[in-house]
Design a protein. Sequence first.
Length: 157
Amino acid sequence: MKTIILFLSISIASGVLLVNVYTSLIDARSWGSDVPNSIATAREYFKVVNPGNFFRIFSPINQVLGLLALIVFWKYAPSVRLYLGAALVMYLVAEALTFGFFYPRNDIMFRTAQLTDIELLKRTISEWQMMNWVRSLVLLIGIFFSFLSLHKIYSLH
């Protein structure tokens, strides 16, 4: 039963990472392809739903599962606890980046910036694209630590 929680944590974290990479490879490139027209198109497209709808559901699930894995394996072995704690920290860092860095830039790109302020939009898109790879790396490191803990758990059996 305990390992199911860890497998769920790894699965959800991997899904969040892959959607994040997709956003870098597809969405963000589209947003910056023909500024301001591409931003106007994205604003129109995102009137109903946007990628944030996915992340608002699955990022908290990822963090809760990471915390649950840490709790259920707390007494297992110090190295397992360390790896799971490091994974949880990485998932929380990714979320902190989302709130502190990405939400303000999303607001600029998709709500507040005038479409005539092309330099601001281009700079914001460029910053967003670069930092989204950083956020993806942080998630990947978290997944790596989760896998290390899983490996350690199985090697102790």
